[in-house]
Design a protein around this ligand. Structure first.
Ligand SMILES: [Zn+2]
Length: 323
């Protein structure tokens, strides 16, 4: 394991993020792996920005094992567990400062542990790449369909039409169109000159072979089609569904209670269709509150924990995009 981070080093190198950041407080105790085969496209893959999202961390370590320098055209950097302290605790948020790491970008160089790590990535790492791939899953609280969405801006090396090709090349069932949030990793990187995609899928507290396989095969297909993995282009499924998601697609708990989903994750639903029942968690009556799909489309996300508090997100649909 090398100490000093050198993103131009040729070959396959493992860097210890502790020494990169020189933090004694357990801020970043895991690794950054660089596989550099010279000129060509450059991609950085990050997993575990939310510590309880484990499919990405498994898939990215599997990718590190699978790849040698000759498999790369250009440069691929992989950080399998970005929010290491949270991952070690099984939590979405950092136990060091309580931050959601995906809401602190571009970070602060003199801020809390999570803010400093974000600042290091945004300022010193992201600008070296053509594309950021931020890999998420549902974590402990939600189950999510396999989907991809992305962001670019003038000045990024991957522009609008190429970003569409990147997202299609991933081969997931859904491509989502959503407004970027500037404090997220993928939402902030275009202002550092780097286009981004964020991918989602799986979880609900456990990890299944199927979810890891969908995630891993999508990453390999997407990176091959982008050109950073050697090999000929891989066909992606053609039946991709493009959906738009806004706050109006969300359905939340109108009261404390116990959620029973009445539709499957990924199912097509009509506006007003019953998507869940909220059962009372107290009192003598079993009479549930019916929750309706706020907009027609496909169910993209569902709450995985049964007990919910008033106002918590139960799920959201994606509305098919009018081309
Ligand atoms: Zn996440």
């Amino acid at each position: 394991m090398s100490k000093k981070l050198d993103l131009s080093a040729r070959g396959k190198s493992v860097f210890d993020l502790r020494t990169v950041l020189e933090t004694p407080d357990g801020l970043a105790e895991d690794v950054l792996v660089s596989i550099n085969n010279g000129p060509g496209p450059s991609v950085i893959l990050c997993g575990g920005i939310h510590g309880d999202e484990y499919e990405p961390q498994i898939a990215l370590r599997r990718l590190i094992d699978a790849l040698s320098t000759s498999d790369i055209r250009g440069r691929l950097v992989i950080i399998p567990t970005l929010n290491f302290p949270a991952s070690q605790k099984g939590s979405r948020l950092s136990p060091l400062d309580g931050h959601n790491m995906n809401r602190v970008f571009p970070g602060k160089p003199d801020g809390t542990a999570t803010e400093r790590l974000a600042s290091f990535l945004y300022g010193q790492v992201f600008p070296s790449f053509d594309l950021l791939v931020d890999v998420h899953s549902g974590g402990g609280d939600y189950r999510v369909v396999p989907m991809i969405f992305g962001f670019t801006a003038p000045g990024c090396r991957v522009g609008d039409s190429e970003l569409e090709r990147v997202m299609e090349g991933w081969g997931y069932r859904f491509i989502q169109y959503v407004d970027g949030i500037a404090s997220t990793s993928a939402g902030s990187s275009p202002s550092a000159g780097v286009a981004s995609v964020e991918i989602e899928g799986g979880s609900g507290g456990d990890v299944t072979e199927r979810d890891v396989e969908i995630m891993y095969s999508g990453i390999v297909r997407g990176l091959t089609n982008f050109g950073v993995l050697a090999g000929s282009e891989r066909a992606a499924p053609k039946d991709v569904i493009r959906v738009e998601v806004t706050d109006a697609n969300q359905y939340t708990a109108p009261a404390d209670g116990i959620i029973e989903h009445r539709v499957e994750l990924g199912a097509a639903v009509g506006e007003g269709q019953i998507v869940a029942l909220l059962h009372p968690a107290s009192g003598a009556s079993a009479d549930p509150i019916k929750l309706h799909a706020p907009r027609s489309g496909y169910v993209l996300r569902q709450r995985a924990r049964a007990f919910v508090r008033k106002g918590e997100l139960i799920g959201n649909t994606g509305t098919p995009r009018i081309q």
